[in-house]
Design a protein around this ligand. Structure first.
Ligand SMILES: Cc1cc2nc3c(=O)[nH]c(=O)nc-3n(C[C@H](O)[C@H](O)[C@H](O)COP(=O)(O)OP(=O)(O)OC[C@H]3O[C@@H](n4cnc5c(N)ncnc54)[C@H](O)[C@@H]3O)c2cc1C
Length: 402
């Protein structure tokens, strides 16, 4: 974050203390939202967030900002719908504009099987609180006139599911709103402070080693996005997480309004329009696990080709920027939240390609877990031990998971 923005939004940086009740590693959306809710909902403000670079410099500032709850399993639909609801009230709660805008999300089907899948999605979503309707091809055209219903002659649009509450919000503003709200309540945020190890007493985690010195803590929460396996291994934990790069790009300004967020389950891409009028697009993860932030031409080529099949107007636009994040992918494509079995060490991870939408509910529920010591009902299914108990939450509910 640059100094102009820091002054503008009034962030105040404190000197690090030798000890805190809670040390949160990672100044992304999940770490900062947990700090915010600890302070605002539970009065726990002897908390610090340690960020090795700058807040929002990880995936929370690199994503395509889609907020939705139309997932494939009840546990996820309930959780993400709660997050969608919290997002709707976030500007009022934090008194900061995060440029939240409800646009609706269209998930398109191109085959009989796709139609059945979208009908089923609409039923499951609506049953668990995320109202979604099946819409015909003609209704798709009314919602988004730019779509070529013939799909370039190869991918005809046969209908889709329409989740009206689908929204976007400006990602860095979400991060700053949580950071500022937490800091106003006394939480310390330390940028350019990398955690390099964990302080341990036997098996128990009692703090962190940083490049600026040790900090003691009653509880350490890992919220480090794609770097989680490194940190967890310091606690003696081997997590079922692989880190994969995920790329995205924006075009130059498109002169007309493009209202909804459009996704295709078969073509595996999604597109929306930013507040500046650019077309923002994303697709699936890079297959090869890695920590690389390198982006490349093959991704643009393949994603743009698929996008133009349904949205031919894109042919006349130019690609302005492309970037990459490193995603913490869980084997069942669901997040992992909670205590870990290692005393003093909790995690919020497995946010993969879908975690921006989960920031408010993830932060709120992790704060409740830490404050009460009890696992909240909403996140109980997402515990780490689900893999050992054979209770995985398989949900390949987004383009990024393919
Ligand atoms: C291209 C792309 C598009 C996406 N699109 C969407 C979308 O449309 N909708 C959606 O819901 N999700 C999307 N996501 C996923 C979403 O961005 C992430 O799941 C979410 O931001 C994760 O937040 P986080 O706080 O867990 O991690 P991050 O935001 O990555 O924060 C982790 C922080 O930890 C810091 N850190 C790491 N190691 C250390 C250390 N040792 N010491 C101190 N700090 C450390 C990092 O610097 C980083 O700032 C997308 C992701 C990408 C990459």
């Amino acid at each position: 974050m640059n100094e102009f923005v820091e002054r503008l939004i009034g962030l105040h940086w404190a000197e690090p203390k030798p000890a805190y009740d809670v040390v949160i590693v990672g100044g992304g959306g999940h770490g900062l939202a947990t700090a915010y809710y600890l302070a605002t909902r539970h009065g726990i403000n002897n908390v610090c967030v340690l960020e090795r670079a700058y807040i929002g410099g990880g995936n929370s500032g690199r994503n395509t900002t889609v907020i939705r709850a139309n997932y494939g399993i009840p546990e996820a639909v309930r959780f993400y719908q709660h997050s969608v609801d919290l997002y709707q009230g976030l500007e009022e709660e934090t008194e900061r504009s995060v440029m939240h805008r409800a646009k609706g999300l269209l998930w398109l089907a191109h085959s009989e099987m796709g139609v059945r899948a979208e009908r089923a999605r609409a039923e499951v979503n609506t049953a668990f609180g995320a109202k979604t309707e099946f819409v015909s091809a003609q209704e798709v055209k009314e919602i988004c006139p730019q779509i070529d219903l013939s799909g370039g002659g190869e991918w005809p649009v046969m209908g889709g599911s329409h989740y009206r509450a689908g929204a976007t919000a400006r990602h860095d503003r979400v991060v700053w709103a949580y950071a500022e709200g937490a800091m106003r309540c006394g939480v310390h945020v330390h940028q350019r402070t990398a955690v390099t190890g964990l302080l341990k007493d036997g098996d128990r985690v009692i703090g962190v080693k940083t490049d600026k010195g040790p900090i003691a803590a009653s509880l350490v929460l890992s919220a480090v996005g794609g770097q989680v396996t490194t940190l967890a291994s310091m606690a003696g934990l081997r997590l079922p997480i692989r880190s994969h790069p995920l790329q995205a790009f924006v075009t130059n300004h498109y002169g007309l309004e493009f209202d909804p967020i459009v996704a295709s389950a078969d073509l595996l891409f999604y597109a929306s329009q930013t507040a500046r009028g650019e077309m923002l697009m994303g697709a699936e993860i890079d297959r090869q696990p890695s920590y690389s932030y390198r982006s490349g031409h093959p991704f643009i080529q393949s994603c743009a080709l698929r996008a133009m099949t349904l949205l031919p107007f894109l042919r006349n636009l130019k690609i302005l920027r492309q970037w990459t994040g490193v995603c913490d992918m869980s084997p069942d494509y669901s997040p992992i939240m909670g205590f870990t079995g290692v005393d003093g060490f909790a995690i919020t991870t497995g946010w993969g390609t879908w975690g921006f939408k989960g920031i408010p509910a993830g932060g709120e529920q992790m704060a409740l877990l830490i404050a009460s010591g009890e696992v909240p009902e909403l996140i109980a299914p997402f515990a780490l031990d689900r893999f050992a108990r054979d209770r995985t939450l398989a949900d390949r509910g987004s383009a990024g998971t393919h």
